[in-house]
Ligand binder design. Structure first.
Ligand SMILES: [Zn+2]
Length: 421
C-alpha cells in the first residue's frame, strides 16, 4: 500500500522578500505548494505531513482552508530527511508499508504510478528519482548501473565538479517501511542511510517537472514565467517534443575516415543553440554511431568516459542533454586492428532505429512534433525509418536527395530557422 509523506521543511528564510513563514505555504499559481502537492497524488492510501513543533502556521493554514485527510507527525526540532524517516516508525505497521516521500518545497508533477511500478519491478528498498541537472555544484548526484541500481553516489560538498555525474537527486523517493527498523537514531543523515543500503537503492530517471523553488530567484521565475500547464505538460503521461541530434558533424567538426572525432571541437554557435532548445519545452537526445570502437581506435571504456566528461562539461555550461546513446558496432569484418565482438550487424547502428526506440520508450516522445538533425545519408535514412522530420547539415554542398529547404550549412542556422517557424 502506497502512502504519501510530505516533508514540511523549514521556514523560508531566504524568501523574506516574498514571504514569511513555512516554505510549503508559499503560493505559486494561486495555490500553496502544500495544496498543489497534496492534490497531485490521488490514488494514495494515507497522506502524512511531517512538520516541526514551531510550524504552527501550517496547522492554522490547514484549518483555515479546511484541508483534511492529512495526518500530521510532529518532530521536536528540524531534522534531516533521515531524522524524518525515524518519525515514520510511529505509524502502525510501518514495516509493511511503502512510503512515497517528497520534499514539501518542490514544485512537481510526475506520473508516480510509473515510478511505483519501477520500484516494484526492481524490488528496491529505496528508489530515488533523479534527473539531469545544470547546477551540480549544489546537488547530490549519482551514477546508475544498467540494471537501474546505484553505482556511485556523489554527495555535497563537491571537491571536483568535473569528475561527478550530472544525474541529481530530486527530493522524491520511495522507500520500503521495513528499512526503517534499522534507523535507531533521530540524528541519522539520509546520505548515511543511502550509503549503507547502496546495494538496494535504485535510481529512476525522469524528464518530468520537479524543481525546488526555495530561492528568491526561482520563486520569481516560477511566478513570472511559469504556467501550471508548463508543469503538467511534462508529466510522463504527456508525450514530449524532442530534438534528436547526431553529434559528429552537427555539434562538432567531424573527423573523416570514421576515426574518433573530438566532441569538444564545437561548431560555431552550437552551445548557444543547445541552450535555446533547453529553454523551450523540448528534450535533447544525441544518437551517434561510434564505429571507432569496433575498428579499435578507442575502447568502449574510454568512449564512455569521454561521453561522461562531455555531458558534465555541458551541464556546467548550463546545458542539459537528456541522453546520449551511441552504437559502438560496425558490420564489415576484415580490417586491421578491429575488435571482433563489435563487428556485428546490430539494431542500434543508424540507419537502424534501435537507439531511437530506446529513447522513445524512456521518455514517451511526441514523434510527430520532434525532429532529427543529422549530416549524412545514413542519418536521413534513419529519420525515414523511424518516421521523424529531418533537418540536414550539409558539408561542402547541398545534397540532391533532400528538399533544399530542409538543408542548412550549420546546426546553429538550422535551429534558428526551426524555431522561427
Ligand atoms: Zn550498434
Amino acid at each position: 500500500m502506497l502512502n504519501l509523506v510530505i516533508l514540511g521543511g523549514g521556514k523560508g528564510k531566504r524568501l523574506k522578500k516574498y514571504f514569511t513563514g513555512s516554505k510549503i505555504l508559499l503560493k505559486v499559481f494561486n495555490k500553496s505548494l502544500l495544496e498543489l502537492n497534496f492534490n497531485i497524488f490521488k490514488k494514495i492510501n494515507k497522506k502524512y505531513l511531517i512538520i516541526n513543533k514551531s510550524q504552527i502556521d501550517i496547522i492554522d493554514y490547514l484549518k483555515k482552508k479546511n484541508i483534511s485527510g492529512l495526518n500530521i507527525l510532529e518532530e521536536d526540532r528540524r531534522l534531516d530527511t533521515g531524522g524524518c524517516l525515524y518519525h515514520l516508525k510511529k505509524i502502525k505497521n510501518y514495516k509493511k508499508k511503502v512510503f512515497l516521500i517528497i520534499y514539501g518545497d518542490l514544485l512537481i508533477d510526475i506520473d508516480y504510478q510509473r515510478f511505483y511500478k519501477f520500484f516494484k519491478k526492481t524490488n528496491s528498498k529505496i528508489s530515488l528519482i533523479v534527473h539531469p541537472n545544470d547546477h551540480i555544484q549544489d546537488s547530490d548526484t549519482l551514477e546508475v548501473k544498467d540494471n537501474g541500481f546505484v553505482d556511485k553516489f556523489f554527495f555535497k560538498p563537491h571537491k571536483n565538479l568535473n569528475k561527478i555525474s550530472t544525474l541529481a537527486l530530486s527530493g522524491v523517493c520511495l522507500i520500503k517501511g521495513s528499512i526503517l527498523s534499522n534507523i535507531k537514531k533521530k540524528k541519522l543523515k539520509f546520505k548515511s542511510i543511502l550509503k549503507k543500503n547502496k546495494k538496494y537503492v535504485s535510481a529512476y530517471e525522469t524528464r518530468e517537472f520537479i524543481k525546488d523553488i526555495g530561492t528568491p530567484k526561482r520563486v520569481e521565475w516560477a511566478r513570472k514565467f511559469l504556467l501550471r500547464r508548463d508543469v503538467s505538460k511534462k508529466n510522463f503521461k504527456n508525450p514530449i517534443k524532442t530534438i534528436f541530434l547526431d553529434r559528429d558533424g552537427v555539434l562538432n567538426k567531424e573527423k573523416k575516415d570514421e576515426k574518433v572525432s573530438d566532441p569538444f571541437n564545437f561548431t560555431k554557435g552550437a552551445l548557444r543553440s543547445l541552450k535555446e532548445i533547453n529553454k523551450r519545452n523540448y528534450i535533447i537526445v544525441i544518437i551517434t554511431n561510434q564505429p571507432g570502437v569496433a575498428k579499435g581506435y578507442i575502447s568502449e571504456e574510454k568512449l564512455k568516459k569521454l561521453n561522461k566528461n562531455y555531458i558534465n562539461f555541458l551541464s556546467r555550461k548550463k546545458i542539459i542533454i537528456h541522453s546520449l546513446f551511441y552504437c559502438p558496432h560496425h558490420p564489415e569484418k576484415g580490417f586491421k586492428g578491429e575488435i571482433k565482438k563489435y563487428k556485428i550487424r546490430c539494431n542500434c547502428r543508424k540507419p537502424r532505429v534501435g537507439l531511437f526506440k530506446k529513447a522513445i520508450k524512456k521518455y514517451n516522445i511526441d514523434l510527430s512534433n520532434s525532429i532529427f538533425i543529422g549530416n549524412s545519408k545514413t542519418d536521413y535514412e534513419a529519420s525515414k525509418n523511424i518516421k521523424v522530420n529531418y533537418l540536414h547539415i550539409f558539408g561542402n554542398s547541398k545534397v540532391s536527395y533532400i528538399d533544399k529547404k530542409f538543408q542548412f550549412s550549420s546546426f546553429n542556422i538550422a535551429i534558428k530557422s526551426y524555431f522561427k517557424n
